[in-house]
Design a protein around this ligand. Structure first.
Ligand SMILES: [Zn+2]
Length: 155
Protein backbone atom coordinates (compact mmCIF):
# COMPACT_ATOMS: atom_id res chain seq x y z
CA UNK A 1 0.00 0.00 0.00
CA UNK A 2 1.31 3.43 -0.92
CA UNK A 3 2.01 5.65 2.05
CA UNK A 4 1.10 9.29 1.67
CA UNK A 5 3.39 11.68 3.45
CA UNK A 6 2.85 15.31 4.29
CA UNK A 7 5.81 17.41 5.36
CA UNK A 8 5.38 20.73 7.13
CA UNK A 9 7.62 22.99 9.19
CA UNK A 10 7.16 23.46 12.93
CA UNK A 11 6.55 27.13 12.25
CA UNK A 12 3.60 26.45 9.92
CA UNK A 13 2.07 23.98 12.40
CA UNK A 14 2.41 26.68 15.06
CA UNK A 15 0.58 29.13 12.78
CA UNK A 16 -2.25 26.64 12.10
CA UNK A 17 -2.65 26.08 15.83
CA UNK A 18 -2.55 29.80 16.58
CA UNK A 19 -5.30 30.43 14.02
CA UNK A 20 -7.44 27.59 15.39
CA UNK A 21 -6.99 28.98 18.90
CA UNK A 22 -7.72 32.56 17.93
CA UNK A 23 -11.03 31.54 16.33
CA UNK A 24 -12.04 29.13 19.06
CA UNK A 25 -14.89 28.29 19.72
CA UNK A 26 -15.71 29.08 16.07
CA UNK A 27 -14.30 27.22 13.11
CA UNK A 28 -11.63 28.68 10.91
CA UNK A 29 -10.54 27.50 7.47
CA UNK A 30 -8.03 28.17 4.75
CA UNK A 31 -5.95 26.85 1.93
CA UNK A 32 -2.71 24.85 1.87
CA UNK A 33 -0.10 25.75 -0.71
CA UNK A 34 2.95 23.73 -1.54
CA UNK A 35 4.43 21.05 -3.70
CA UNK A 36 2.64 17.90 -4.77
CA UNK A 37 4.94 15.05 -5.70
CA UNK A 38 2.27 12.38 -6.06
CA UNK A 39 2.57 10.66 -2.70
CA UNK A 40 4.59 13.35 -0.93
CA UNK A 41 3.00 16.71 -0.23
CA UNK A 42 5.17 19.50 1.08
CA UNK A 43 3.17 22.31 2.67
CA UNK A 44 5.01 25.62 2.26
CA UNK A 45 2.41 28.28 2.82
CA UNK A 46 -0.94 28.65 4.52
CA UNK A 47 -3.77 30.99 3.64
CA UNK A 48 -6.32 31.88 6.28
CA UNK A 49 -9.82 32.81 5.35
CA UNK A 50 -10.82 36.00 7.08
CA UNK A 51 -14.15 36.72 5.37
CA UNK A 52 -17.03 34.38 6.08
CA UNK A 53 -20.67 34.29 5.20
CA UNK A 54 -21.43 31.95 8.06
CA UNK A 55 -19.36 30.53 10.85
CA UNK A 56 -20.41 28.32 13.75
CA UNK A 57 -18.90 25.86 16.19
CA UNK A 58 -19.02 23.10 13.61
CA UNK A 59 -19.23 24.71 10.23
CA UNK A 60 -17.59 27.40 8.22
CA UNK A 61 -18.60 28.98 4.96
CA UNK A 62 -16.24 31.28 3.15
CA UNK A 63 -17.55 34.41 1.53
CA UNK A 64 -15.38 33.83 -1.49
CA UNK A 65 -13.03 31.18 -2.74
CA UNK A 66 -9.45 31.66 -1.68
CA UNK A 67 -8.54 29.32 -4.51
CA UNK A 68 -9.82 31.86 -7.02
CA UNK A 69 -7.63 34.58 -5.59
CA UNK A 70 -4.47 32.53 -5.97
CA UNK A 71 -2.56 33.34 -9.11
CA UNK A 72 -2.22 30.47 -11.50
CA UNK A 73 1.40 31.22 -12.31
CA UNK A 74 2.60 30.83 -8.75
CA UNK A 75 5.39 28.25 -8.30
CA UNK A 76 3.33 26.76 -5.48
CA UNK A 77 0.23 24.70 -6.09
CA UNK A 78 -2.94 24.69 -4.09
CA UNK A 79 -2.56 21.25 -2.56
CA UNK A 80 -5.53 21.28 -0.23
CA UNK A 81 -7.47 22.97 2.49
CA UNK A 82 -7.49 23.05 6.24
CA UNK A 83 -10.08 23.80 8.90
CA UNK A 84 -10.41 23.59 12.65
CA UNK A 85 -12.64 21.42 14.81
CA UNK A 86 -13.29 23.39 17.98
CA UNK A 87 -13.65 20.96 20.91
CA UNK A 88 -13.73 17.95 18.59
CA UNK A 89 -11.37 15.34 17.24
CA UNK A 90 -9.72 15.99 13.91
CA UNK A 91 -11.79 13.29 12.29
CA UNK A 92 -13.74 13.91 9.09
CA UNK A 93 -17.32 14.43 10.21
CA UNK A 94 -19.92 12.35 8.43
CA UNK A 95 -22.54 15.10 8.11
CA UNK A 96 -20.35 18.00 7.10
CA UNK A 97 -16.86 17.09 5.97
CA UNK A 98 -17.62 13.92 4.06
CA UNK A 99 -20.72 15.20 2.29
CA UNK A 100 -19.03 18.52 1.54
CA UNK A 101 -16.00 16.66 0.26
CA UNK A 102 -18.13 14.49 -1.99
CA UNK A 103 -19.63 17.57 -3.63
CA UNK A 104 -16.45 19.58 -3.90
CA UNK A 105 -14.27 16.79 -5.23
CA UNK A 106 -16.86 15.48 -7.66
CA UNK A 107 -16.10 16.65 -11.20
CA UNK A 108 -19.80 16.20 -12.09
CA UNK A 109 -21.00 18.53 -9.32
CA UNK A 110 -21.71 22.25 -9.71
CA UNK A 111 -19.92 22.72 -6.43
CA UNK A 112 -16.77 21.00 -7.61
CA UNK A 113 -13.98 23.31 -6.50
CA UNK A 114 -11.22 20.96 -5.47
CA UNK A 115 -8.99 18.92 -7.68
CA UNK A 116 -8.70 15.18 -7.32
CA UNK A 117 -6.20 14.18 -4.68
CA UNK A 118 -6.40 17.36 -2.61
CA UNK A 119 -5.50 17.28 1.08
CA UNK A 120 -7.75 18.11 3.98
CA UNK A 121 -5.91 19.04 7.16
CA UNK A 122 -7.99 19.22 10.33
CA UNK A 123 -6.83 20.85 13.56
CA UNK A 124 -8.72 19.65 16.61
CA UNK A 125 -8.47 22.24 19.38
CA UNK A 126 -9.44 21.28 22.93
CA UNK A 127 -9.41 23.23 26.15
CA UNK A 128 -7.58 21.48 29.00
CA UNK A 129 -8.21 21.74 32.73
CA UNK A 130 -5.76 24.54 33.34
CA UNK A 131 -7.37 26.87 30.82
CA UNK A 132 -4.86 25.93 28.22
CA UNK A 133 -5.42 24.30 24.88
CA UNK A 134 -4.13 21.23 23.19
CA UNK A 135 -4.15 20.42 19.50
CA UNK A 136 -4.53 17.27 17.48
CA UNK A 137 -3.77 17.23 13.78
CA UNK A 138 -4.82 14.86 11.07
CA UNK A 139 -4.44 15.08 7.35
CA UNK A 140 -6.57 13.24 4.80
CA UNK A 141 -6.30 12.56 1.12
CA UNK A 142 -9.19 11.48 -1.05
CA UNK A 143 -8.39 9.50 -4.13
CA UNK A 144 -11.50 8.44 -5.99
CA UNK A 145 -13.83 6.90 -3.44
CA UNK A 146 -11.03 6.15 -0.99
CA UNK A 147 -9.95 8.30 1.90
CA UNK A 148 -6.44 7.91 3.23
CA UNK A 149 -4.88 9.27 6.36
CA UNK A 150 -1.52 10.82 5.55
CA UNK A 151 1.54 10.52 7.70
CA UNK A 152 2.51 13.98 8.93
CA UNK A 153 6.23 14.73 9.27
CA UNK A 154 7.05 17.96 11.05
CA UNK A 155 10.53 19.33 10.45
ZN1 LIG B 1 -14.60 19.30 9.70
Amino acid sequence: MIQYIVTISKELVRILHAQALESHPLEVAGVLLGLDNGNHFDIRYILVNTVYTKRTKNSVQSAYDLEDSWEENSPLDIIGEWHSHPNASPILSRNCDLSDWEKRHNPGSDENTMKEGALEWIVGVFPTKRKRFQFKDRCYLKIGPKIRVCKIRVY
